[in-house]
Structure formats: structure tokens, C-alpha cells
Design a protein around this ligand. Structure first.
Ligand SMILES: Nc1ncnc2c1ncn2[C@@H]1O[C@H](COP(=O)(O)OP(=O)(O)OP(=O)(O)O)[C@@H](O)[C@H]1O
Length: 765
């Protein structure tokens, strides 16, 4: 029998739990206070408590040990202080809302029926015997997510425990008061989910712990897959699930895994800030996030300009010159492919014998060591050694040569000029560093100062040599298109070569060349694989080309990966029609989870977008009602600003707070912004926008990836604007950003995608 308690009794329990929390909090404050004083004391008296004696070697060792011991003590206390702070924060959160779920579970056979309350963290009673609250990530809590009332089981580390759930209850508790309580039936009762999804959009993503769905729970709790691939339709909770997964892994492997071991690749800076609250809300530290462009940038010379994926997209969507576009597309297609990786590998092998380009080593524009002599030295070394190993030997040789040059330079005139420019402190430092100087011997003094000046001039050169800066990787890459012929020669190789050489000559890398170049550079200079990152999460994985994905795998060979994406939203299809989510491309061992239910948008919006989604038949809407999407036809483009303004007014009357005008390109978004900005308070979002406020926003679709808004207006849904098959995923992505309302405006003809949707699924005005 379950404890079918009434709301009054449940509130009593909440009050009691809060009392316990208060007591715990008090105790922690006391501990923290005492600890803080002891840390301050320790810091103050650090040197007094250390035995310092440097007379004999043994004493030195003892002194070192004593310092180390004292430092460790301090660090340990500080760490403990940090942990208390974290615990206090969690208690504070629990005080507001101690839990969101309860299940009454009877373990078979003949066990007692036990109510289990689930919240964002565990809490024990004062005797440390019973759990007042179970962490949502505890093994037993999975019952709440995986089963309706009835037979159920969960896995512990080494066992499976079966039993029966007699009650399943959801709570909404705010400021310690129960605001809602629902007993759920056979389906996880989604009153709570209904309520959560019906809310207005927020400018930062929220955690979904209270309403995780069974399929999402599989993603969150997956522990054994080295590669987990999630294909989930728009709004199916991929991003939400991956963030809860991170929190789960940090909890499950606490002690051996921390936030520095995890890395998330996100689609744009706006998205990064959009999700930044979720982990702290769950009491976990944020993990590192980066956009792929920034990740590449770190390994490419600073003086090279790299095109961003958005610039590439903007070019493709706005280029009016068909021939130029064709060449560029061919370039993208080749350089996105694994075939191109093979070409690079062949070229790299050929460089073992000849062709590597070097740079002169110069001082004040005078060549000290010429590139020809570096090349000669390099190619005199045993060619069975890998290139990076040979470069290591070249660097050693160069450093030795530089020492000889340094000696020679010392007596030149320019050195004396620089000596005179030395600052007083530098002067003294150089002078006294050399203690055996005879103070009356001026020639020795000059010698020391000259040596100091030359050493300083050579220091940056030596540093660059250690970094192999004497190898000109960009020129070597360029030569691939000038003096080398791949075999077999790929289609359009000649025009592709011309295009690439032209760009590289101005130190510009197109987005399609950025990853291949980074890969190439790594192979020449010797990339060390990243061992610190134990889990890598790639959101919007469908937007990575096969080459990029192969490069990522190469860079993180020991890392577990979770790829999340949606083939329907593959907006870079013009560059590559293969993507890393496609089953035939992921040929290594992996586990695949498919999410088909869409939670973000109302049923009406999902029914409409399903009509033209590339893989539409599998999309299921969540039962949340709203108005049908609206298509407004105008006869003249001059009416557009007014039509948009009127739509916004009517949306605001319905209390929608975040209204996004989603354009196809930045060009369109700039133009429209110009037309609207004097009439309505509107914010334009661009590639460098890092956060946004509620209100009226205008942005291109590729920056809206992963984000959602109360209402979306598509200002030009005509067949002139969305006219290519490759526009389908763009249009689908734009429409699926809407939670509650979708409006499309078109002059003349509707785009073919709308026409593919059943006319019953939208309203035509
Ligand atoms: N189990 C859930 N409980 C509550 N809300 C949920 C749940 N799953 C998804 N949502 C909500 O649905 C919306 C979409 O989720 P999310 O952004 O994670 O989906 P996605 O699959 O990454 O979408 P897209 O691919 O379209 O960017 C969010 O508002 C999220 O909070």
C-alpha cells in the first residue's frame, strides 16, 4: 500500500525537510566560519610554522618537506571550504524546492513500501540513516523517469532490482510551498511537462530534471558507449538531454571525473550563453565550451584570416555569379570529403622526400640561416623518420647554429647602440648577475652588457625555433595546388587549385580549407593528441563535414563522444551531403538513440513542419494546443514593414515576449532591420552577439540554431527566396524555432515547402 497522503500531509513533510535543511545549513555555516578563520591563520603564520634551515643539504630537504606539508594543509582546508560553499548553495536551492517527484516502490518479495522523494540533490536526515531526498541521478531515481505505476526495475552498479511502483506523484514547490501536486497514471503524467512547455521562452535554457522522458533518460544515463549518436527531431530535447547527461556523468563518476575533463562543441556563441545556466542550476560547474572555429583557430597561425562557417553560408546564399558559386561549391564538396584527407595524406608522404617549405631565420632583416640551408639539412636526415621527429633534430641544429651567430653578433656596432638604450634596472641586473666581475675592468663590463643585449635579441628567435616556426606550413599547403598532382586527379582540380592558391596568397583560409589545413599542419609539426578530455559532446553534429569529424576523432583518440543532431536541420548540405549522423558514415562501433517526439512547438506547428521536413514521417508532436501557423500574402513588398509591425502587435497582445524575425541571410536581416528600426524597438543579432534579452529580435536562421522563441515571423517565405532544394533544411530550422506561434509572410507565390504541407495545417490570410 502506498502512503496516499493529502496535500496537507505533503506540505507538513516539506516543512519538516526544510527544518532539517535549516539545521544542516547552520552546522555548515559554523564549520565554514571556523574553517575560514583557520585558513586566514594558516596563511598569516605560514612561515612561522615552517622550519627554515638552509645550512646543510639535509636541512634544505627538510625545509622543503616542511613547506610542502604546510602548503598541502592550506590547500586541503581551502578545498574543503570550497566544498562547503558548494553544499550551502545546494541546500539553499533545496530550501526553495526540495523535490519534484515521489514514487512509492515495493521491492519484491515481501519488502516494505517505501516513498522515495526525488530532487536536484540528496539529503539525509540528521542521523545520516535515511534519505529525505534522493538525487535525481541516484540509481533508484531512474524508476521515476522510466516507469508508470506498476511493475518496474532499476539497475544498480552490479544488480537489477525489480518491484512495483504503487504511486507516482509530481510536485511544483516554490519558496517551500506546494503550488501543485499531480498523481500520474500510466503515461508519465505530463501535467508538469504541459505546464513547463506552455511557459514563455526564456533567454537562457532551463534544466528539465523534473520531467525527463524515458528516451531522454537513456541518453542521460548511458555509461558504456564510446560513441553515442543521437538523432533527434527539432525540439526533441537533444541539447537538454546532453546537459543533464553531463550533470549525470559528473555525479556518477565523481572523484574520477571533473568538469575539466569534459568539452562541448556548440554551434555559435549565442547558443553557448543560452545554455550556460543549466549546469550551475543543477549544482555542477560549467564545462568548457567552444565553437569549432575557435578550436581550429588555436592551432593556426594568428596572421591567417579564417572564414567563419557563417560567412561561408552567407556567401553561398547571396552570391549572384553562378559560375563563381559553382567553383566554390566544388571546392567545398571536395574539401569536406574523406577523399581529400587521402589526398593530403599522400601529399604528406611525398614531403618526406621533398617539397617542405621553410622560412629564413633573420635578425634585423638580415638572413642568419637561409631556408635553403634548412631544407638541405632537413632532407639530409634519414627519410624513414617522421616529419615532426626530423623537425626536432633540425630545431636542435638550428639552436646550435644560433649560438654561433649570437657570438658573432656580439661585437657588431648595433649591439653597443642597444646597450645604451638598456634601462637602468636591466643594466644592473645584467651586471650583477655576473658576480666575478672586477669592478674596475670596463672591457669586461662592456662584454657582459653586449652579451645581454644579444641574448635578448635572440630569445624570441630561439622561442620560434622551438615552436618549429621555421617551417612554412601555409606555403607547403599552397604548393599542393601548384607543384603536385593528386592521383587520381579529382574533378575540377584545376579550378579548385586556382581558387585555393588565390586565397592563400592573401593569407586567407576559406572555411572548407580551415580544417584540412589544421590537420595538415598538425601532421607536419606533430600534434599531441588530447588526453585530458575524457568526454566530448558535439551538438548540432549534422553540421560537421566528414573531414571535420575525422579530424576530431584524430585529435581525441581516447575520448568518449556523444554526437547529437538532426538530419532534417543539416543546413550545410550545399557543402556536403554526407553528414556524421548518417548511419552509413558512422562505421565504428556505436550506439544510436532516436528521439522522435517534439516538445518545443505546439502540436499545430509540428503538424505543419512535418509536412515538408526531409524525414517528416517520424516526427510526433507533443499534445499541446495552439493556433495554426499563419501565412500572410501581400501584393507589394512595400507593405512588408507594416505587415510585420501589425503581426508583432497582435503577438504582443497575446503576451508573447520573445518574438524573432528569422531571415534566410544576414543581408536580408540587415535590410529589414533598416526598414523596421524606426518604428519598433528591435534588436539585430549577429555573429558576435553573445547573449540576448527578451523582446523583438531579427537574425539570420543559422544563428538561431539550437535556440527557441515564443513566436517566429518569417518575413519572406516566397518561392523566389526559398527556391533551392538545399533551402529546405534552412526553412525547416527557421520554422521549428517557434514555441507557440509561427507567421510566414510572402509576396506572390508561397515557397514549395509550404505547398508540400497540407493546407489544413496552416491558415492563409
Ligand atoms: N523532458 C522535458 N521536459 C521539459 N521540457 C523539455 C523536455 N524535453 C525538451 N524540453 C523542452 O523542449 C525544448 C526543446 O528542447 P531542446 O532545445 O533541448 O531540443 P533540441 O532537440 O536540442 O532542439 P533543436 O534540434 O531544434 O535545436 C526546450 O524548451 C526544452 O526545455
Amino acid at each position: 500500500m502506498g502512503y496516499d497522503t493529502s496535500i496537507g500531509e505533503e506540505q507538513n513533510r516539506v516543512d519538516k525537510v526544510i527544518e532539517e535543511i535549516n539545521i544542516k545549513e547552520e552546522q555548515l555555516y559554523e564549520k565554514a566560519g571556523g574553517l575560514k578563520e583557520s585558513i586566514i591563520d594558516l596563511r598569516k603564520n605560514f612561515w612561522e610554522d615552517v622550519t627554515v634551515n638552509l645550512d646543510e643539504p639535509d636541512d634544505v630537504i627538510e625545509t622543503q618537506a616542511s613547506i610542502k606539508q604546510q602548503a598541502e594543509l592550506l590547500m586541503e582546508r581551502e578545498r574543503f571550504h570550497g566544498e562547503i560553499g558548494k553544499e550551502l548553495k545546494t541546500l539553499n536551492r533545496l530550501k526553495d524546492s526540495p523535490y519534484f517527484g515521489r514514487i512509492d516502490f515495493t521491492e519484491k518479495p515481501g519488502h516494505e513500501n517505501e516513498p522515495i522523494y526525488i530532487g536536484i540533490a540528496s539529503l539525509m536526515d540528521q542521523a545520516e540513516e535515511d534519505f529525505l531526498i534522493y538525487d535525481w541521478r541516484a540509481p533508484i531515481s531512474s524508476l521515476y523517469y522510466d516507469f508508470p505505476p506498476g511493475e518496474a526495475y532499476y539497475h544498480t552498479m552490479d544488480n537489477t532490482i525489480s518491484g512495483e511502483i504503487s504511486l507516482k506523484r509530481q510536485f511544483i514547490i516554490r519558496q517551500g510551498q506546494i503550488k501543485g501536486m499531480f498523481d500520474t497514471g500510466v503515461t508519465i503524467g505530463d501535467k508538469l511537462l504541459q505546464a513547463a512547455l506552455g511557459n514563455n521562452a526564456s533567454t537562457t535554457m532551463k534544466s528539465i530534471v523534473a520531467t525527463i522522458q524515458k528516451e531522454q533518460n537513456k541518453i542521460i544515463r548511458n555509461e558504456h558507449s564510446n560513441l553515442l549518436v543521437v538523432q533527434g527531431v527539432a525540439g526533441s530535447g537533444k541539447t537538454s538531454a546532453v546537459l543533464q547527461r553531463i550533470a549525470y556523468l559528473l555525479y556518477r563518476f565523481r572523484g574520477s571525473l571533473n568538469s575539466e575533463n569534459l568539452l562541448l562543441f556548440s554551434p555559435n556563441p549565442l547558443f553557448s550563453s543560452y545554455i550556460q545556466n543549466v549546469l550551475p542550476e543543477l549544482g555542477e560547474a560549467n564545462i568548457s565550451q567552444t565553437i569549432f572555429l575557435d578550436f581550429l583557430r588555436k592551432g593556426i597561425e594568428k596572421e591567417i584570416t579564417i572564414e567563419s562557417p557563417f560567412e561561408q553560408m552567407e556567401f553561398t546564399l547571396t552570391c549572384k555569379d553562378a559560375a563563381e558559386l559553382e567553383i566554390r561549391r566544388n571546392n567545398m564538396k571536395l574539401k569536406s570529403s574523406l577523399k581529400y584527407k587521402d589526398i593530403l595524406d599522400d601529399y604528406i608522404s611525398s614531403l618526406l622526400i621533398q617539397g617542405l617549405c621553410f622560412r629564413n631565420i633573420t635578425l634585423h632583416n638580415q638572413v642568419l640561416i637561409s631556408k635553403e640551408s634548412i631544407s638541405e639539412y632537413f632532407y639530409s636526415l634519414d627519410n624513414s623518420f617522421a616529419i615532426p621527429n626530423r623537425l626536432e633534430l633540425v630545431a636542435k641544429w638550428l639552436l646550435k647554429e644560433l649560438r654561433i651567430h649570437q657570438q658573432k653578433e656580439k661585437n657588431k656596432d648595433w649591439v653597443m647602440e642597444k646597450v645604451e638604450l638598456l634601462e637602468k634596472e636591466d643594466f644592473l641586473q645584467a651586471y650583477y648577475q655576473n658576480q666575478q666581475v672586477d669592478e674596475d675592468d670596463f672591457s669586461l663590463e662592456e662584454d657582459i652588457l653586449r652579451a645581454e643585449v644579444v641574448k635578448r635579441q635572440f630569445a624570441p628567435i630561439r622561442k620560434l625555433v622551438r615552436k618549429f616556426a621555421f617551417v612554412n606550413t601555409l606555403a607547403t599547403y599552397r604548393h599542393l595546388f601548384i607543384s603536385w598532382k593528386p592521383s587520381p586527379v579529382p574533378n575540377h582540380w584545376e579550378v579548385i587549385s586556382r581558387l585555393t592558391v588565390e586565397a592563400i596568397s592573401t593569407k586567407y583560409l576559406s572555411w572548407e580549407d580551415a580544417t584540412p589545413y589544421r590537420y595538415f599542419r598538425g601532421k607536419l609539426l606533430g600534434d599531441v593528441s588530447n588526453r585530458a578530455i575524457r568526454h566530448l559532446f558535439i551538438d548540432e553534429a549534422q553540421d560537421y563535414t566528414p573531414f571535420q569529424y575525422a579530424y576530431i576523432k584524430d585529435s581525441f583518440p581516447y575520448t568518449r563522444m556523444t554526437l547529437l543532431g538532426d538530419i532534417n536541420q543539416a543546413i550545410y548540405t550545399y557543402a556536403s551531403d554526407e553528414n556524421p549522423l548518417a548511419p552509413d558514415l558512422v562505421n565504428e562501433n556505436h550506439e544510436r538513440i532516436t528521439l522522435t517526439k517534439s516538445y518545443r512547438s505546439t502540436k499545430e506547428i509540428v503538424e505543419f513542419t512535418k509536412g515538408f521536413a526531409p524525414d517528416g514521417e517520424i516526427i510526433e508532436p507533443f499534445e499541446r494546443a495552439g493556433e495554426r501557423p499563419k501565412v500572410i500574402k501581400i501584393d507589394n513588398h512595400k507593405l512588408l514593414p507594416n505587415t510585420i509591425t501589425e503581426s508583432i502587435q497582435s503577438l504582443q497582445e497575446k503576451d508573447f515576449e520573445t518574438i524573432a524575425i528569422i531571415c534566410k541571410t544576414t543581408e536580408e536581416s540587415k535590410r529589414l532591420y533598416g526598414l523596421l528600426k524606426d518604428n519598433i524597438p528591435i534588436k539585430q543579432l549577429h555573429e558576435e552577439t553573445y547573449s540576448f534579452e527578451k523582446g523583438i529580435l531579427i537574425l539570420p536562421v543559422y544563428l538561431a540554431k539550437g535556440i527557441e522563441f515564443d513566436a517566429v515571423i518569417i518575413p519572406d517565405a516566397s518561392n523566389k527566396h526559398y527556391n533551392q532544394e538545399s533551402d529546405r533544411t534552412l526553412f525547416y530550422t527557421a520554422c521549428t524555432r517557434a514555441m507557440h506561434s509561427l507567421t510566414m509572410i510572402t509576396e506572390n507565390h508561397l515557397c514549395s515547402f509550404i505547398e508540400e504541407a497540407s493546407t489544413k495545417t496552416y491558415e492563409l490570410e
